[in-house]
Write a protein that binds this ligand. Sequence first.
Ligand SMILES: [Zn+2]
Length: 171
Amino acid sequence: MRDVGQAKEAERDPVCGMDVDPSTARHKLEHRGTTYYFCLNPGCPEAFKADPEKYLDPKRSAMPIDPTLRASLRAAQQSVLASALGVSASYLQSQLHAGRTISNLVKEKGTDESALRSALRNSAQQVLDPAVRNGTLTELQEDVVLHRIEAGHGQVQPAPERAVERAANEM
Ligand SMILES: [Zn+2]
């Protein structure tokens, strides 16, 4: 279903950074004459409403996440996911490389999705909290990552092109 939306002009959820199709967006908010669209996670519009400027400051939200931190976050997420799905980490990797999505796998294994999301969120927080304390990550960045995970499109889902690139490197 997402393919249809990608042909159109996608809007960006200012909180989690996810692409949103304005024609199907369930959450939207007006701020200073501009309409902002949000993903399905009700936490995103709520967070925006509480402090729009926080999310509209490009300097703060667009800061790249440290690659080492990103890698440890992904590793932590994949291990939580593998154990929730009852599969090995290498099986999970191979499925992701093959283009399977997390939601496919969750359905296939009959995993409790909301329990999985909170497990993923907790594990992400354990990785990110220390990074915020030592200044590698801003609080806003942590917010964004956690929101993405809660909404079901977190770090754990590698971008398809990245998975392909990784698979190519391993061949
Ligand atoms: Zn969002």
